[in-house]
Design a protein around this ligand. Structure first.
Ligand code: UD1
Ligand code: MG
Length: 434
């Protein structure tokens, strides 16, 4: 067991380059805020996780408290001490070993962060070798030692050509931070206190600063919407690979969108173009092409192609065909093969939903429930005006509007305008076809 570690995650910045009213760290990839992922990795390693917040701090804290308990939030004085160095000034870590992570690097994983602790140097910092280093601080390395970091906005033309960049992860000793943080100045292009300047100050005192080379696929900093999209692609690859390794079949996996909260059980099969969102569980099921499933449970069922299962649905031993939308409904042992809307409904074993069946669950003010029993045969183009309860073993004729109420077992329910035929109409109307 290695020594205890404090992890500080910097999440106070505004993220102006995102061009968004929303704080940068709250932008989502894989259905969760970027900051969630770095806290998750940190939480796997220590009980002392400190998150520095300022911009939209209430929103950031509330969002993270939905997932984690016992985090320490520190509010940065961005007015007087802006910048990543300023962010560290109010932090009081529990332990002597302090790992600092930028909050805008959602792809970082525990195994890679662990490497920073195994090194005896005074400071270990992450470096990426990049052909196109733009956007990052450049790391000046001489004889395997880091000399200083130059931010892009402060770099000379020659410094901009340096292809070793700062990924934004640092392992410090607490006493090193205590010595050099008070010595930072904001004499630079952005008028900010840079954490990266601690490096040059420490180097002047002959401290050893070791670069640890890492890959952009894990240490990518997200500063723009294009970076966000790129980070999401990397995350998707990871999630898909993980679930395929667990036995899930994915057809053309690059076309499948899958969120962090999605889980699979057994040998599921996911066809191309499927979108699986929120807290969804797919268990021994087949999801056909271009279906969308949001925060629902699908068990021993087949769904789609082109079906939409909306939040809080539970679908068990059921066949859902194309152009069927289900919302907040529980279907057990049901067949709904085509073109239906089933909202706020509970439908039981052996029931068949004909094409074009609609639960009219909303009267413009409130939503109402539809309860359908076992072995109900619902003909095509049926409207069920909720609240409505249908007992077991009922047949509803095609084209029926079932008005609100309770219907007992063993009925035929039918509402139809009597059919009318008018002889010779077509030829009179169109003047042909006699
Ligand atoms: C920072 C590094 C840069 C590095 C890059 C890696 C500095 C000065 N520069 O630049 O060398 O290549 O990360 O991605 O550190 N933050 C605060 N308080 C602030 C400002 C920022 O907490 O006052 C947080 C942000 O929320 C963000 C992180 O620190 O999560 C990094 O800030 P950002 O503005 O993205 O820094 P970069 O310009 O990317
Ligand atoms: Mg950044």
């Amino acid at each position: 067991m290695s020594t205890a570690l404090s992890i500080v995650i910097l999440a106070a910045g505004k993220g102006s380059r995102m061009k968004s009213p929303k704080a940068k760290v709250l932008h989502e990839i894989g259905g969760r805020e970027m900051l969630y992922y770095s806290i998750k990795a940190a939480r796997e390693m220590t009980d002392d996780v400190i998150v520095v917040v300022a911009h939209q701090k209430e929103e950031v804290i509330a969002a993270m408290e939905r997932y984690f308990e016992g985090l320490t939030f520190v509010v940065q004085d961005t007015e007087n001490f802006p910048g990543t160095g300023g962010a560290m000034m109010g932090v009081h870590p529990k332990y002597e070993d302090v790992l600092v992570l930028n909050g805008d690097m959602p792809l970082v994983e525990r195994a890679s962060i662990e490497k920073f602790r195994a090194n005896p140097a005074d400071i270990v910092m992450s470096v990426i070798a990049l052909k196109n280093p733009s956007g990052y601080g450049r790391v000046i390395i001489e004889k395997d030692h880091v000399i200083r970091i130059v931010e892009e906005k402060d770099a000379t033309y020659a410094e901009k050509q340096v292809q070793s960049v700062n990924a934004g992860v640092y392992a410090f000793k607490h006493h090193v931070l205590q010595t050099y943080l008070p010595a930072l100045t904001n004499d630079n292009a952005q008028g900010e206190y840079y954490l990266t300047d601690v490096i040059a100050l420490a180097r002047n005192d002959d401290l050893t600063i070791t670069p640890l080379f890492v890959h952009e696929t894990e240490f990518k900093g997200v500063n723009s919407k294009a970076d966000l999209a790129h980070a999401e692609e990397i995350l998707m690859d990871r999630l898909r690979r993980f679930w395929m390794d667990q036995g899930v079949i994915m057809q053309l996996p690059q076309t499948i969108y899958l969120e962090e909260g999605v889980k699979f059980e057994g040998e599921c099969s996911i066809e191309n173009g499927v979108r699986l969102c929120g807290d969804t569980l797919i268990s021994h099921a087949h999801i056909k092409a271009h279906s969308v499933i949001e925060s629902s449970i699908i068990r021993d069922s087949d769904i789609g192609p082109l079906a939409h299962i909306r939040p809080n649905s539970v679908i068990d031993r059921t066949h859902i065909g194309n152009f069927v939308e289900v919302k907040k409904s529980t279907l057990s042992g049901v067949k709904a093969g085509h073109l239906s809307y089933l909202g706020d409904a509970t439908i039981d074993e052996g029931t068949n939903i004909g094409a074009g069946t609609i639960t009219c669950n909303y009267d413009g003010i409130k939503k109402y429930h539809t309860i359908i029993g076992k072995n109900v045969f619902i003909g095509s183009d049926t409207q069920l005006v909720a609240p409505v309860t249908i007992a077991d073993n009922v047949m509803i004729a095609a084209g029926t509007t079932v008005t609100s109420g309770s219907y007992e077992s063993d009925l035929l329910i039918l509402s139809r305008t009597p059919l009318k035929t008018i002889k010779g109409f077509f030829s009179r109307f169109f003047g042909k076809g006699k």
